[in-house]
Design a binder for this molecule. Structure first.
Ligand SMILES: [Zn+2]
Length: 641
């Protein structure tokens, strides 16, 4: 995922692929035995955010048959689960949150005993089902989701670009899919899945798997059914759905974009390098194993930058800048097809195995396509983010890559650690062993562990066995345990290229010393603009803000990252002329990385900012995804219901 954990106040804001336009040629029989992925049994692989007890009975496959009901904001139907039970196991424990269950049966329709246990506000409730037999067996759950299911956002027509049809989108990571799918919702319990979804015409449904019925099939009563299949075992947070007035355009031989018709030209133009990115990624770390790589550009309320749903990356429209300057986001989600989707953190304490690896890989894809200079600038920005996170950490332990229990919750960890320190660790290994040797190792790592869960300890053991190979000197140089298990920054860290921002840093100190804003700003890359804005002192005299605003036309910035960096500075300095731009920004998109810090900063400034926050939040909240609103509601800006 590409989102960003904020520290302290917003602990709830955290870290946070469509295939087959032409499916059908390679349909294999439905009776094909699903692959069963192993479950790790070591103590560090135990996920405390699931009720499942996979050693006794584990879900290996999920078959969904669901209707989308936009009027009641519910999905309803059945989930048939293929369960594999250990000898003597009498029950299977699933995760559920808010699900309204009406019946549980075996494959023949015979009722089974079931019970929902006490509910926890974060984890939801255990759903325990008495197993009908021994070994592999099938249970069928009839249910519907609650109208407030956290994974699902139901948009009114007014909340879409086209304004004509409603829209549904889901976000499963980290533990939200249990609000619409009763299964074992843990990243270490991989499952194959299939789905048949009906929706009212003319809405189209897409999911994160192979599309078996590109145009859908008549389902009666003005509805169409769409069928999907994922025959590779995936972590259940990767099951994703979107439905709306969707159009598709090819980007390359196996790549394409879905979005609302009004967005199609802009999205396709911004995404024109997508096929090249897949090729670059394959050249680095081996074949892309998921068939098609499509993306869907969602309505602006999508809470994250992107979500790496297999075969169908979900993307915020805020990455569209008109000049492909923010497509690092696409490289990031694509890289997750290896790090995260192929090899997956077994628990959220090891999120860095998903996000740090992916941030490293993202930068390598950017280098392959846009050259060393752009990549070194983006790596230097990432180093700045890590430095900031290390400085702001509430305690040393939270700067460990393998997160301590206090931060090991699904939304835990600061992005500057999990994403950036993780990537910088891998860059450090690269600098010590050399790129060729490191790339060969990494490629073999993805092959060895494809479709399997991973822990920090398992990764280090693999690295020692296959890269270090008993070389004591190398072992000493790498400082592996210190990187993963100790706080702070080891002394062997590979520093960013000092030349990456030499010109920008000169301009920034000249401005801080009283000079005019840099005249070359308009011609700078996005990374250069961000470095400049982020390197300015957080407190500036009003005349400096006026000079920046007028000289660089920052309130009109079309690039959302640049606009965000400016608005952060403006809010920190109570700069009134930026308020209209701020209001526009906060009421037209709901990406948590942007709205979280800005609204939090406003809310924390009781004299100037808080009244502005109250006014804007009242207007913006209906646009935001439940996970975005849930975090911000804690600030107490909305009147109590
Ligand atoms: Zn990510």
């Amino acid at each position: 995922m590409k989102s960003f954990a904020l520290v302290a106040a917003l602990a709830a804001f955290a870290i946070a692929g469509c295939d087959a336009k032409e499916a059908g040629n390679s349909v294999s029989p439905a009776s094909q035995e699903p692959q069963v992925a192993p479950i790790l049994t070591t103590a560090d692989a135990k996920d405390s955010y699931t009720y499942a007890r996979p050693q006794e009975a584990r879900v290996a496959n999920v078959d969904l048959d669901l209707n989308l009901d936009f009027a009641s904001k519910r999905v309803g139907g059945t989930a048939a689960l293929d369960v594999i039970a250990a000898p003597g196991a009498k029950q299977v424990v699933l995760d559920s949150k808010g699900l309204e269950i009406s019946a549980v049966t075996d494959a023949s329709g015979k009722p089974l005993k079931w019970a929902v246990g006490a509910s926890d506000p974060e984890k939801g409730a255990p759903l325990t089902v008495a197993l009908p037999g021994e070994g592999k067996q099938r249970i069928v759950i009839r249910y519907r989701s609650a109208p407030g299911a956290e994974a699902l956002q139901w948009l009114t027509p007014e909340q879409t670009a086209g304004k004509k049809y409603p829209y549904l989108l889901s976000q499963g990571q980290p533990t939200l899919n249990r609000t619409w799918i009763p299964t074992q919702d843990s990243p270490g319990i991989r499952q194959t899945w299939s789905a048949r979804i009906t929706a009212p015409e003319p809405l189209k449904v897409v999911m994160s798997g192979e599309r078996l019925t590109p145009e859908g099939e008549p389902a009666g009563q003005g509805r169409r059914a769409y069928r999907f299949r994922m025959d590779k075992p995936v972590a259940p947070y990767l099951i994703a759905i979107a439905a709306g007035d969707l159009a598709f355009r090819d980007l390359g031989r196996r790549t394409g974009v879905w979005t609302e018709p009004a967005m199609l030209d802009a999205a396709a133009s911004e995404l024109q390098d997508t096929e090249k990115m897949v090729e670059a990624a394959e050249a680095l770390y081996g074949p892309y194993r998921w068939g098609r790589y499509d993306v869907i550009v969602l309505p602006p309320s999508f809470p994250y930058g992107g979500m790496e749903n297999p075969t169908l990356t979900f993307l915020t429209p805020t990455f569209i800048a008109g000049d492909r300057s923010l497509v690092g986001l696409v490289a990031h989600e694509l890289a997750h097809s290896w790090s995260g989707n192929l090899v997956t953190n077994a628990t959220w304490a090891d999120s860095w195995l998903n996000e740090g690896f992916t941030s490293y890989f993202e930068n390598r894809i950017m280098e392959a396509i846009y050259g060393k200079h752009r990549a070194s600038q983006e790596a230097a920005l990432s180093f700045d983010e890590m430095t900031k996170a290390l400085k702001e950490a509430k305690n040393g332990d939270s700067t460990r890559l393998h997160l301590p229990p206090s931060d090991a919750n699904p939304d835990g960890g600061s992005s500057g650690i999990v994403y950036d320190k993780g990537a910088i660790f891998l860059r450090t290994i690269e600098s010590i062993v050399g790129r060729e040797r490191w790339d060969a190792y990494l490629r073999s790592y993805f092959d060895r562990h494809a479709f399997q869960p991973m822990t920090s300890a398992l990764f280090l053991a693999d690295l020692r066995q296959n890269l270090v190979k008993g070389d004591k000197q190398l072992e000493q140089k790498l400082m592996l345990d210190q990187w993963v298990y100790q706080p702070g920054l080891p002394s062997n860290v590979a520093m960013p290229d000092p030349a990456a921002f030499a010109d920008v840093d000169r301009a920034s100190s000249a401005f801080a010393k009283g000079g005019p804003p840099p005249s070359e700003f308009a011609g700078w890359t996005t990374a250069e603009k961000l470095r400049f804005l982020n390197s300015l002192p957080r407190k500036l005299p009003q005349e400096k803000l006026v000079a920046l605003d007028r000289g660089l036309r920052l309130n009109e910035a079309g690039n959302n990252e640049v606009l965000f960096a400016w608005l952060e500075l403006a809010v920190a300095n109570r700069y009134d002329p930026a308020v209209p731009a701020l209001e526009r920004f906060l009421t037209t998109q709901g990406r948590r990385k942007f709205v979280g810090p800005l609204i939090t900063a406003l809310a924390g400034d009781s004299q100037w900012g808080r009244p502005i926050a109250v006014r804007i939040y009242a207007k913006a909240r209906p646009l935001y995804h439940p996970v975005t609103a849930a975090g911000l509601d804690k600030l107490g800006l909305a009147p109590a219901k």
